[in-house]
Design a binder for this molecule. Structure first.
Ligand SMILES: Cc1cc2nc3c(=O)[nH]c(=O)nc-3n(C[C@H](O)[C@H](O)[C@H](O)COP(=O)(O)O)c2cc1C
Length: 231
């Protein structure tokens, strides 16, 4: 990260400008929406490998995300090491045993019933890659000075959404896995204490017998998620 004194306001003419007319714009966004409808959270993975360069490119796409004061308060750890994946699975399943045996509470467990999730997490060892997303509570410059980060959950959420979109664009699938709690991940992956793990994304190809829960296809209609005030 650049040191604060190193940078000051300097306007640049809008780089890389893309200009479409309304018709081209609508065509492009309809095609994008249709492609995004083919994204599904997948819980059964093939063990087929994925090149590291593909994973790195997906993370680089996530790294273009907007963030509070451009502080980019995120770090992504990509794990292909089978022994480390086993340790992550053990840690996650330990938390999930607590969670599903009552820690979650009745309402949460009832909400998860239509999704069909449970204690066993084979995706954590079957998927060729696990990307663990960390949120940085504060930043540290190259000279060791701490600086405050702003809108951390919002910024990391946007970057993670872009990562999931990049993974889909690359023809791969992933799962947003959030064992609760997941503080075991920081020490296991050698991350500093000021970084909070927010999600594990197993990434790869779906198993031939992969399914999705029917309820996941039930997205709210546009009329329910959009309000318009016309000019
Ligand atoms: C913040 C967040 C946490 C999630 N945690 C889990 C999880 O721990 N385990 C799981 O199987 N799915 C998890 N999911 C996936 C959701 O169940 C899934 O997105 C939802 O059912 C809709 O399905 P879709 O992603 O295929 O559209 C999570 C999703 C989000 C956004």
């Amino acid at each position: 990260m650049y040191a604060k004194g190193e940078v000051s306001y300097q306007p640049l003419a809008l780089p890389d400008r893309v200009q479409l007319d309304d018709a081209a714009s609508l065509k492009a966004v309809n095609a994008f929406r249709d492609y995004m409808r083919k994204r599904h959270s997948v819980r059964r993975f093939a063990t087929r490998p994925v090149a590291e360069q593909v994973i790195a490119a997906c993370i680089a796409a996530a790294g273009t995300a907007p963030s509070g004061a451009n502080h980019q308060p995120w770090h992504f750890v990509a794990v292909a090491d089978p022994a480390l994946k086993v340790r992550i699975r053990e840690g996650a399943e330990e938390e999930e045993r607590e969670f599903y045996s009552g820690g979650a509470g009745d309402e949460w467990l009832a909400a998860l019933e239509p999704i069909g999730t449970g204690v066993h997490k084979p995706h954590l060892t079957d998927a060729p890659w696990l990307i663990v997303v960390f949120a940085q509570r504060y930043g540290v410059t190259t000279d060791g000075t701490r600086y405050k980060n702003y809108y951390v959950p919002e910024s990391v959420g946007i970057a993670t959404g872009m990562l999931i979109t990049a993974i889909h664009h690359a023809g791969l699938v992933c799962l947003e896995h959030t064992p609760n709690p997941m503080k075991f991940l920081g020490p296991l992956l050698g991350r500093p204490a000021h970084e909070k793990p927010v999600m594990i994304l197993p990434v790869g190809y779906p198993a031939p017998d992969a399914t999705v829960p029917a309820v996941a296809k039930r997205k709210k209609p546009l009329s329910e998620i959009m309000t318009v005030f016309r000019g």
